[in-house]
Design a protein. Structure first.
Length: 343
């Protein structure tokens, strides 16, 4: 049968493809939405801790000789009504900032461990992003990031085709067991909504590296190569801030390249959009002229670059120990009673 309607080829850009990806649909946020999600997960962790604490206090009522730690916990909480969760507020919960600090601490540990296994940047970056995604949904007061980090790294080796046998993976890691790594795997995949593919800025950066050579053939290749290496380093550091959730991979790549060489990137974009002069005035974009397109891209790049330049958390070992101890108290409230006994 003959077709009565002519088929038209639809052009699909790389941006269109990215916007159809699960990373864009599930894991792209505004800064406000991202902050709200972390507030919700923190409240969920506090609620879970209160439930554990309530259960511990109620169970002690049914015991003739409750653990001595219980009386210290009761005295600290000044609570005579164990069934009222509102009486349990005076407990060392982990706040939202501390949650992000300790997750970042273990994200940096994840990078070190990935380097130990000689994993490529793609696998290393995927593991770190898995960890951050997990704690947008969950709280450290529900799952300790030390355990989740190991599973995220192991999962990334499979997703990014750098598989390591589980026995070889746990062997050099103190106190790690095959069961402890594997038991969280399904939980993490479920939290990630089974969208395991991560789009990192490395490919975009390499694409710009090639395109700049085409548009600016007289550019010193040594200068471009040096800027490319600097930009790759900045992309790795950008994993520890929120840019992966707020900007697209090409925007992050350009921001890192701009931080390496502002003049080069602005010259490249002006040539790309055929802009003769730079217009810094803010305009309400209706129909995009080359100048308006250039300004819009540059504003995005500068906002993204500012986040990367300011850097994320980099807590010390001492700071992480304090937060980690609070996590242990939340996961096992009886430990808090033992601490009170020693004071």
């Amino acid at each position: 049968p003959q077709l009565t309607k002519e088929n038209k080829k639809e052009f699909i850009s790389n941006d269109d493809l990215y916007r159809r990806s699960t990373q864009y649909r599930f894991w792209s946020f505004t800064s406000t939405k991202l902050d709200d999600s972390r507030i919700i997960s923190n409240k969920k962790g506090i609620k879970a801790t209160k439930e554990r604490l309530k259960k511990l206090l109620l169970e002690s009522n049914d015991t003739e000789t409750p653990p001595p730690e219980i009386s210290f916990i009761r005295q600290h909480l000044s609570s005579n009504n164990d069934s009222d969760l509102n009486q349990l507020d005076d407990f060392p919960y982990v706040n939202k900032i501390e949650e992000l600090q300790i997750v970042t601490y273990y994200a940096r540990k994840c990078k070190d461990l990935a380097n130990f296994f000689k994993l490529p940047s793609q696998a290393r970056s995927t593991a770190i992003i898995y960890l951050y995604k997990f704690y947008i949904i969950h709280s450290v007061m529900e799952y300790h990031p030390q355990h989740i980090m190991l599973t995220c790294l192991y999962l990334s080796t499979k997703v990014e085709n750098n598989f390591i046998k589980i026995s070889d993976f746990v062997k050099p890691i103190p106190k790690a067991t095959e069961l402890n790594v594997l038991k969280n795997e399904y939980l993490i995949m479920e939290t990630l909504k089974f969208s395991l593919t991560c789009h990192h800025p490395y490919n975009s950066l390499y694409g710009f590296f090639l395109d700049i050579q085409q548009l600016l053939p007289k550019l010193d290749f040594g200068r471009l190569g040096k800027n490319y290496d600097l930009a790759r380093d900045l992309i790795q550091e950008s994993l520890f801030v929120d840019v992966e959730f707020l900007y697209t991979p090409p925007q992050i790549a350009l921001a890192c390249l701009w931080l390496s060489d502002e003049v080069l990137v602005e010259r490249y974009l002006m040539k790309k959009f055929k802009v003769k002069r730079k217009n810094n005035d803010e305009e309400k974009i209706k129909s995009m002229t080359p100048e308006e397109h250039y300004n819009k891209i540059m504003n995005l790049i500068k906002d993204c670059a500012k986040l990367i330049k300011n850097g994320g958390f980099n807590p010390s070992v001492e700071e992480s120990k304090v937060i980690s101890q609070k996590i242990q108290f939340c996961l096992e409230p009886l430990r808090f009673g033992k601490k009170l006994m020693k004071e």
